[in-house]
Design a binder for this molecule. Structure first.
Ligand SMILES: Nc1nc2c(c(=O)[nH]1)N[C@H]1C(S)=C(S)[C@@H](COP(=O)(O)O)O[C@H]1N2
Ligand SMILES: [Mo]
Length: 250
């Protein structure tokens, strides 16, 4: 049975009180208004999580409005590249997917003219760009690396993507997935990376292709990509669907 008691500030969970303060300060919303907006009754932990999740999606819209299509992430000289470079994934290094670059294909779906799958060799025929940027993980560490590959805007144009669509989604060989708003997908520094520090991506770092987007937190830079889709339905993401902020960038 669902509890229906109203929350009094005294017995509300601390995170709920914090949420209420933030709402009042940032949006002039009361908990009652949030209850209406989110459909959560805010009486137990689950509902608080759901309300925070709804707030995070609200933040996405605000961040998207503040996003500048042309503001660039900082770049660095080669001397600043972090060595050794740190591996991270939702599993251990032993479980990194073992992918055959010769048979690997990336599928394309959704609002695009040309859905022909892409081989590695064909991706290499497109214009390539190189960048030395900082990768920032939400866990609180960062490192500078060099990635080269096809700018995503070049790729999207090439496949005849409808760039008025809202999202670009990515799925990976390890069942990881993530997605970008179209403005971020078209940002000049967002690339389909094939090389890391001048050599084909090592398995740990996303062979044979990874997304690299320096204007966003590290978890958006999906490794071992196997599909790209252009869509108006938010594809979410592995961490995003567990409550991490979807926009996660500048
Ligand atoms: N396919 C896949 N991509 C992924 C992840 C993952 O678990 N699987 N983890 C993300 C996170 S949280 C981080 S910080 C970076 C780590 O990239 P690195 O191993 O090159 O440092 O990859 C991102 N992309
Ligand atoms: Mo991360």
């Amino acid at each position: 049975m669902r509890k229906t008691t109203l929350i009094r500030p005294r017995d509300a969970a601390p995170e709920l009180r914090k949420l209420e303060r933030r709402l009042m300060l940032k949006a002039g919303l009361s908990l009652g208004a949030l209850t209406m907006l989110t459909g959560c009754d805010l009486n137990d932990g689950d509902d608080v999580d759901r309300a925070l999740f709804a707030m995070s999606r609200f933040n996405d819209r605000v961040q998207a409005l503040l996003f500048s299509r042309t503001r660039l992430a900082a770049t660095f000289p080669a001397s600043r590249i972090t060595n050794p470079f740190r591996f991270n994934a939702f599993y251990d290094e032993d479980d990194v997917p073992d992918i055959d670059g010769g048979t690997w294909k990336m599928s394309v779906s959704g609002l695009v003219d040309d859905k022909t799958p892409w081989s590695l060799a064909r991706l290499r025929t497109l214009p390539q760009e190189s960048q030395i940027t900082r990768h920032i993980c939400i866990e609180g560490w960062s490192q500078i690396g060099q990635w080269s590959g096809v700018p995503l805007h070049v790729f999207l144009k090439r496949i005849g993507a409808d760039t008025r669509a809202k999202y670009v989604g990515f799925t990976c060989a390890d069942r990881y997935y993530t997605s970008l708003d179209m403005a971020s997908a078209l940002h000049p520094q967002t690339i389909l990376a094939l090389d890391f520090i001048g050599k084909p991506l090592p398995a740990d770092f996303g062979f044979p292709m990874r997304l690299r987007i320096p204007t966003k937190l590290g978890f958006k830079s999906a490794k071992h990509v196997v599909s790209v889709s252009v869509t108006n339905t938010n594809p979410g993401g592995y961490w995003e669907d567990q409550g991490y902020n979807w926009f996660s960038g500048s």
